[in-house]
Design a protein around this ligand. Structure first.
Ligand code: NAG
Ligand code: NAG
Ligand code: NAG
Ligand code: NAG
Ligand code: NAG
Ligand code: NAG
Ligand code: NAG
Ligand code: NAG
Ligand code: NAG
Ligand code: NAG
Ligand code: NAG
Ligand code: NAG
Length: 447
């Protein structure tokens, strides 16, 4: 006879392996000792720079979940009903860190791992473009110990299980601005890499900037847990904020997305939802099958505020039309495979190393502005003039941009060029999803 007492033990055993969700703070607008770092004042309120379709863009990244798995979450399905579900949204590679890097720099520079990098300060990010137009920005990193912390990870008391050791809730690999020296070497920029106690202070003070990147901790983002745990976090954090006018008003666009698809053997489709008051009523609960990637968040922001461009993957293949931008229609077998890891040559790829190159100065910007040129950029180092890739691993060397958590002046010079075969160019487009919002609204208004 089956022992019911034995059966009853099974959930308890599973529970020990997978902790139950506990909100780290009383509410998203409350500070908490579980966030470790104290609040550090609020960001100064800056003049709102009006965009064409939205005045604030907030992206929230969850981790390592296949599209079909996210589709099983009631929370995601309910949120999709309030926004636009992007059914052809793709990560750009594996594993995590290169996807985060791509979200700000318009490239992942060949990175195929989650190691510690400092991308040199002549490589620009969306921050350069935003600041050129006075558009304010910040990144909020849950369990970041203090503003601008540059360490590889941070262990803090385990609030999910107080008898367990301290837990690495925060990891650098999920914090895109900290990867770029052009941000970390400028104290005013570094201070905009903030923790969740700062988020609470900023939202209460109605000081949330116009471009925002949110990274939940390693449990809440599903990395160390699963989609149900992340859904519980979204119910406790995002859902209340959606009705808080300091976070979401009728000029706010929110992208809820995943860094990558969990299964490497299939292409890298992720579950992405556009939310927020900027989405026209008639588009809520709809599906958009346009091909998007992480680069789309750059090109959309550039188009919205008329920014310059990075001259990297943020500039690929735009076709302007009367409404704004017409995205390419990429379907079926034309969708590039982005389930690749470490086989793209680049300055962060030790086995296929090539130096950083200048942006493509001929690129057409989604925002209409020029390609941003960093002060110490060497424009003569172009993709065309790069030497062939070198296998640094075979030479017992690491890439020059590796391994300096918080120094900015000690990056060693690159190795001398050698003469193996050349690398392949990627062709991942960055369609603009603002086109959907803008064009969709226009279509509905004229019919
Ligand atoms: C809490 O952590 C302790 C020590 O690591 C462990 O023995 C216990 O199973 C954990 N409890 C739960 C509910 O996960
Ligand atoms: C990951 O992406 C592929 C390709 O788009 C998609 O078919 C699949 O649904 C995703 N993974 C799973 C198992 O859901
Ligand atoms: C940005 O703000 C500064 C200081 O207020 C001002 O001088 C500058 O003209 C502004 N730039 C733009 C593009 O609005
Ligand atoms: C507060 O911000 C300053 C820079 O603005 C930084 O040096 C300091 O470490 C921060 N403190 C905390 C507790 O985050
Ligand atoms: C480097 O970062 C670590 C962790 O943030 C910190 O303890 C250390 O003081 C920093 N070192 C320098 C030289 O800034
Ligand atoms: C958007 O919100 C503002 C401020 O609350 C309000 O004045 C305006 O009428 C709203 N616009 C729409 C289209 O709802
Ligand atoms: C990428 O996905 C494709 C399509 O599912 C598959 O054929 C291929 O083997 C995958 N590549 C890797 C490196 O897993
Ligand atoms: C995109 O291409 C597919 C396949 O060729 C086609 O079925 C679809 O109607 C096209 N969509 C648009 C918006 O042109
Ligand atoms: C940009 O255009 C110039 C002039 O047509 C050409 O010589 C150069 O190779 C182009 N550069 C790139 C990166 O395509
Ligand atoms: C970037 O700066 C480094 C050192 O300051 C220099 O060696 C490199 O050539 C520069 N790269 C580009 C593309 O400007
Ligand atoms: C690079 O060198 C390492 C060490 O010799 C080797 O394991 C690896 O396969 C090489 N990679 C390539 C792409 O040749
Ligand atoms: C790399 O290091 C290994 C082990 O230390 C050594 O056997 C090998 O000769 C070195 N290779 C080069 C190219 O220096």
């Amino acid at each position: 006879m089956i022992s019911y007492a034995f059966l009853a033990l099974i959930p308890a055993v599973l529970a020990a392996q997978a902790p139950q969700f506990t909100p780290p703070a009383f509410s998203p607008t409350s500070t908490s000792t579980n966030y470790v770092g104290q609040t550090n004042g609020t960001l100064p309120k800056s003049t709102v720079v009006p965009g064409k379709v939205f005045d604030r863009f907030t992206q929230i990244w969850i981790e390592n979940t296949d599209f079909d798995v996210a589709s099983t979450s009631k929370t995601f399905v309910e949120l999709a009903k309030q926004g636009i579900l992007l059914t052809s949204s793709y990560a750009v590679t594996h594993p995590s860190e290169p996807n985060y890097a791509a979200s700000m720099g318009g490239d992942f520079f060949g990175m195929g791992d989650d190691d510690l990098y400092n991308i040199p300060s002549n490589i620009s990010t969306i921050v350069d473009l935003l600041q050129a137009k006075n558009v304010s920005w910040a990144a909020y990193q849950e369990n970041l110990p203090f503003d601008g912390y540059q360490g590889f990870n941070f262990k803090s008391p385990n609030y999910l299980n107080t008898s367990a050791p301290d837990y690495a809730y925060y990891v650098r690999k999920h914090n895109p601005p900290v990867l770029y020296d052009s941000i970390t070497s400028v104290p005013e920029r570094l201070a905009r890499i903030r923790n969740f106690n700062d988020f609470a202070a900023d939202v209460n003070a109605s000081a949330i900037p116009q471009w925002v990147f949110v990274t939940p901790n390693m449990m809440n983002d599903a990395h160390d847990t699963d989609i149900d745990f992340a859904s519980d976090w979204l119910e406790s954090w995002l859902v209340p904020l959606l009705s808080d006018p300091n976070f979401n008003d009728n000029r706010t666009l929110i992208l809820l997305t995943f860094d990558e698809n969990e299964t490497y053997e299939i292409n890298n489709r992720i579950y992405s939802i556009l939310l927020g008051g900027a989405i026209p009523e008639k588009l809520r609960g709809t599906v958009d099958p346009t091909y998007y990637t992480h680069y789309s968040s750059l090109s959309s922001v550039e188009a919205n505020w008329g920014l310059g461009s990075l001259g990297r993957q943020d500039t690929n293949k735009f076709v302007a039309d009367a409404v704004g931008y017409k995205n390419l229609n990429i379907t079926g077998n034309d969708i590039p495979l982005t389930n690749l890891t470490g086989d793209i040559p680049g300055p962060l790829n030790p086995e296929f190393f090539v130096p950083f190159s200048a942006p493509n100065m001929n690129a057409t910007s989604a925002g209409g502005g020029p390609v941003f040129v960093a002060p110490t950029l060497n424009l003569s180092v172009t993709a065309q003039t790069l030497p062939p890739p070198v296998n640094l691993t075979a030479l017992n060397q690491t890439v020059p941009a590796s391994g300096y958590p918080n120094t900015t002046s000690t990056i060693p010079p690159g190795p001398s060029p050698s003469t193996t075969t050349g690398g392949v160019a990627r062709d991942v487009v960055g369609s603009v999803f603002i086109a959907v919002v803008a064009a969709g609204a226009a279509v509905f208004m004229t019919t």
